[in-house]
Design a protein around this ligand. Structure first.
Ligand code: ZN
Length: 266
């Protein structure tokens, strides 16, 4: 029986992703640096504050975030576990609908305002078709992806990101993820915009790293879980829309296209 393991797209071993909240005007400077370094980010927007002083404008969003992802951050940015249960639908879906109207595609990711939630909030999210949700304040310090996509804990806040760079780049396992989160205004507040360039110099143009948005990463990893093997593990069917990269017996690198059935014998 073959030993089948997985790689990220283009045979890459690890992935880097960023998540930034609140849609403050400092996102413009951050996106410019991300684009310079080839980084992909997910920007979580509470749409009630758009077009207000110090905030991004609706008109600029499609151009500003081209190549990146936007995700829900709840319309008024409440603590989701401290509001009436009946407010959840409006807070979450109004924000999502606004973003979908601006970007003309489904928006199914979320970052919890203040990073907090409770079991009822999780149940509501599942019912509304959210595919992932990011927490905050409970960073993992490791490079694993979550057991539950609705409780996606990042590796670290950007303040501590440099501490993790060496460990990430030297990680020997496949499918490792360095997930960095923060707020763009913190670079201004802490007067440390140079941190973005330090991360850029260390982490950009790494041949083994896939630069992905949160949503791209979640979708790819979820697609791996959905592959269908024969009992003998001599053939795999890929029912997803992703080309999946795999490594067989730690030597052969193969791909399996959407809809393809791949036979694995020698
Ligand atoms: Zn926030």
């Amino acid at each position: 029986m073959p030993d089948v393991r997985y790689l990220f797209p283009d045979g890459k071993k690890s992935a880097l992703t960023f998540s930034y909240d609140d849609g403050r005007d400092f996102d413009r400077r951050l996106v410019e640096r991300f684009n310079h370094y080839g980084f992909k980010g997910t920007f979580n927007l509470n749409t009630s504050s758009l077009d207000k002083p110090g905030r991004l404008t609706v008109a600029e969003l499609p151009t500003l975030f081209a190549g990146h992802e936007v995700a829900v951050h709840a319309y008024h940015h409440p603590f989701l576990e401290r509001i009436a249960r009946s407010q959840l639908v409006g807070e979450l879906l109004q924000d999502r609908q606004n973003l979908e109207a601006i970007f003309h595609r489904p928006v199914t990711g979320l970052a919890y305002p203040y990073g907090t939630y409770d079991p009822e909030v999780l149940a509501a999210l599942r019912g509304m078709g959210f595919t992932y949700a990011r927490t905050a304040g409970d960073e993992t310090g490791n490079f694993r992806f979550p057991q539950d996509w609705l409780v996606w804990r990042p590796t670290c806040h950007h303040k501590r990101a440099l501490e993790y760079v060496d460990g990430f780049l030297n990680e020997r396992w496949m499918l490792t993820v360095l997930y960095i989160w923060g707020h763009s205004y913190e670079f201004d507040h802490d007067n440390n915009w140079e941190l973005v360039d330090q991360l850029g110099e260390r982490l950009s143009n790494q041949p083994q790293v896939w630069y992905a948005t949160n949503g791209e990463l979640q979708h790819y990893l979820d697609s791996i879980h959905r592959l269908v093997f024969t009992v003998a593990m001599d053939a795999i069917y890929n029912p997803t829309d992703c080309t999946i990269w795999l490594k067989v017996d730690n030597e052969r690198v193969l791909t399996i296209a959407p809809g393809q059935t791949l036979r694995l014998e020698d």
